[in-house]
Design a protein around this ligand. Structure first.
Ligand SMILES: CC(C)(COP(=O)(O)OP(=O)(O)OC[C@H]1O[C@@H](n2cnc3c(N)ncnc32)[C@H](O)[C@@H]1OP(=O)(O)O)[C@@H](O)C(=O)NCCC(=O)NCCS
Length: 171
């Protein structure tokens, strides 16, 4: 059975581990120097950083479970316009990640729907995100969900730049 839950402070270890493992699984092969990848993960997905993130009222994290096993998570940031291109009531879908083993179950769609409904409950009227230009599977997923290109944003991993497209849609 697939279930969704709003993450709380007590979920910090689950979130930090899911964040790190799913990032390495989905983006690790794009990062040339594996030392950069390790350093980035140490900093971005530590328990300390994840706890700080969870503590910020504008950040909402959700966890998806398959038969009570946590297999993915999403994060939205409320009241976060992209430059002057989206309204003040925009939210950023900063992350949506499912463990590789569970991607064939195709739960991404239901999880995006759930996350979008939560954003709407929190008064967001549009959603934007950034996606690495080589992440074709995610780009296909967002295109299928009617996200449209509105700009670019560079993502940094240990000082190296990776070009991301910015996509948005009204919700
Ligand atoms: C992005 C993600 C949440 C989407 O969930 P999902 O359940 O896999 O989504 P779907 O299967 O509905 O859609 C993915 C689409 O990409 C296609 N696809 C799958 N693998 C692909 C690949 N290697 N290259 C290109 N397209 C691919 C699928 O066929 C599908 O399109 P279709 O429905 O027209 O057939 C999930 O794949 C995931 O967690 N990926 C790893 C983390 C990630 O990249 N997150 C996004 C960061 S911006």
């Amino acid at each position: 059975m697939i279930t969704f839950k709003t993450a709380m402070a007590t979920d910090v270890e689950i979130l930090a581990l899911l964040s790190r493992v799913t990032y390495v699984e989905s983006h690790g092969h794009f990062i040339d120097d594996k030392k950069d990848l390790f350093k980035y993960c140490e900093q971005a997905y530590s328990i300390k950083k994840t706890a700080e993130d969870l503590n910020d009222k504008n950040n909402l994290f959700y966890i998806v479970y398959v038969d009570d096993l946590p297999v993915g998570y999403s994060k939205i940031v409320l009241n976060y316009p992209f430059e002057n291109k989206t309204s003040n009531h925009s939210c950023r879908l900063e992350r949506i990640y499912i463990l590789n083993d569970f991607i064939p179950m195709k739960i991404g769609q239901a999880f995006l729907n759930f996350t979008t409904e939560e954003a709407k409950k929190n008064k967001a009227t549009s959603m934007w995100l950034s996606v690495y230009i080589k992440n074709k599977r995610a780009i296909n997923f967002y295109t299928k969900n009617e996200f449209k290109n509105i700009g670019q944003l560079n993502f940094h991993v240990n000082g190296k730049e990776y070009n991301n497209s910015v996509l948005s849609k009204k919700i």
